[in-house]
Ligand binder design. Structure first.
Ligand SMILES: [Zn+2]
Length: 132
């Protein structure tokens, strides 16, 4: 079986927010090095602050997403995890998970989260089942 290079959506967003915090601190740190040029320093500080503020917004967004996500117990590692959308991966072991019964047993594809793609794929499967 091919290895799935896909991680949980919540994990992805969380690491993105973490990177933003570090980027913000780094920008402010660079700003301090330009003490002799107040406007350069101010620009870096503002950029750094914006980055930190934006990461806070992203963290809040993750919070609201987590509430909407469906809590499940991963069948692979038996740890509680959350499924966001129709298909997602386990936060601990990246086991692909689905909460859509119709998608059970299908090869993992991130595109199943898109309604159009999912519908097309499912109707194709139904047709094949009817023929056989
Ligand atoms: Zn797992």
């Amino acid at each position: 079986m091919a290895k799935i290079s896909y991680s949980s959506k919540i994990n992805k967003i969380r690491s993105f927010a973490l990177i933003l915090v570090f980027a913000g601190i780094l920008l402010m740190y660079v700003g301090i090095m330009f003490k002799k040029f107040p406007w350069v320093m101010a620009t870096f500080f503002v950029l750094g602050m914006l980055s930190v503020i934006f990461s806070c917004v992203v963290y809040l967004w993750i919070g609201s997403l987590s509430i909407k996500a469906v809590p499940v117990v991963c069948p692979n590692c038996h740890k509680p995890t959350k499924v966001l959308g129709h298909v997602d991966a386990c936060m601990h072991c990246n086991q692909p998970l689905t909460i859509n019964k119709e998608l059970e047993g299908l090869d993992f594809d991130e595109r199943y989260n898109k309604r159009h793609f999912r519908k097309e794929a499912l109707s194709k499967i139904k047709k094949e089942n009817n023929q056989s």
